[in-house]
Design a protein around this ligand. Structure first.
Ligand SMILES: Nc1ncnc2c1ncn2[C@@H]1O[C@H](COP(=O)(O)OP(=O)(O)OP(=O)(O)O)[C@@H](O)[C@H]1O
Ligand SMILES: [Mg+2]
Length: 260
């Protein structure tokens, strides 16, 4: 199908060092695909590469989305195509309020080549209404809209803001990098419900997590394990339960067995 995300034999280097060593992965629209794996296995590298971060140099392989080779697109063009990344470590932008940032992001997405941006900009009244509704659904106090982006936000507040962005931008391919980390139990539920409300037959979700706990809320159809820059195991939701119980050593041992 045309709106699949297809990653083929992807090799990525950072500062000249190869981090991803042939990743193969497909995310179908309307499905949730979880990626787990030890620290340093390349999960965030994969997320940044999909989003088009300039520091991540693709040395081989392909990423196809909606039938297009997105490696030829800049990050903003990928975003226009519907790709969204919720960061593991969101950055603070002092001087830019949450509301202004979101409005600029929405307007950038709506902009069309050769058309005056004023023509396509979201009407202020509509923006305010959508923002208020989205913040309410995520139990965020209205005052957050006037604060500077992530400036002085707690860990949990930053993660909530990522989901607020996702709610407002309505991507068709969402990559969530450890959105659960730092969330208290109530926030985990609120954020997960926020994500679940966005699920629809067009939306593909790639959720990176260390914990089964998140997957109790956001239920994946597929689970893949990354290790040392490769996807080494794939399965259904039961694979996450098995990892929770047994850790990663058994996979490492099986890999050594496979190689010999
Ligand atoms: N900008 C960078 N400069 C140097 N090394 C990097 C950079 N980005 C990633 N790496 C290295 O690439 C490897 C993979 O990192 P990555 O952040 O993708 O792992 P991860 O699977 O997301 O880990 P975690 O579970 O801890 O978030 C690590 O060894 C990391 O140090
Ligand atoms: Mg990471």
């Amino acid at each position: 199908m045309a709106s699949e995300l297809i990653i083929k034999e992807l090799h990525v280097a950072v500062n000249g060092q190869e981090i991803l060593k042939g990743v193969n992965l497909t995310v179908q629209p309307g499905t949730v695909h979880a990626i787990m794996g030890p620290n340093g296995s390349g999960k965030s590298t994969l997320a940044y590469t999909i989003a088009g971060h300039p520091n991540y140099e693709v040395t081989d392989g392909e990423i196809i989305y909606k039938g297009e080779n997105i490696l030829e697109l800049e990050a903003d063009e990928r975003s226009k195509l519907g790709i969204f990344l919720a960061f593991q470590y969101p950055v603070a932008v002092p001087g830019v309020t949450v509301a202004n940032f979101l409005r600029a992001a929405i307007n950038a997405q709506r902009a069309q080549e050769g058309v005056d941006p004023k023509e396509t900009a979201i009407p202020m009244v509509q923006f305010r209404r959508e923002l208020r509704a989205a913040m309410e659904s995520l139990s965020m106090d209205e005052s957050f809209a006037r604060r500077y982006l992530n400036d002085g936000f707690s860990g949990g507040e930053k993660k909530r803001l990522e989901i607020l962005q996702m709610t407002m931008l309505k991507p068709s391919m969402a990559v969530m990098d450890e959105t659960d980390s730092g969330l208290d139990i109530d926030a985990l539920r609120v954020v997960s419900e926020g994500v679940n409300r966005l699920l629809n037959p067009e939306l593909g979700v790639l959720v990176i997590t260390h914990y089964q706990r998140l997957l109790d809320y956001i239920k994946p159809q597929f689970v893949s394990v990354m290790m040392e820059g490769r996807v080494v195991r794939s399965g259904g939701p039961e694979l996450a339960l098995e990892l929770e119980e047994r850790g990663y050593d058994w996979i490492k041992e099986e890999l050594v067995g496979d190689a010999s």
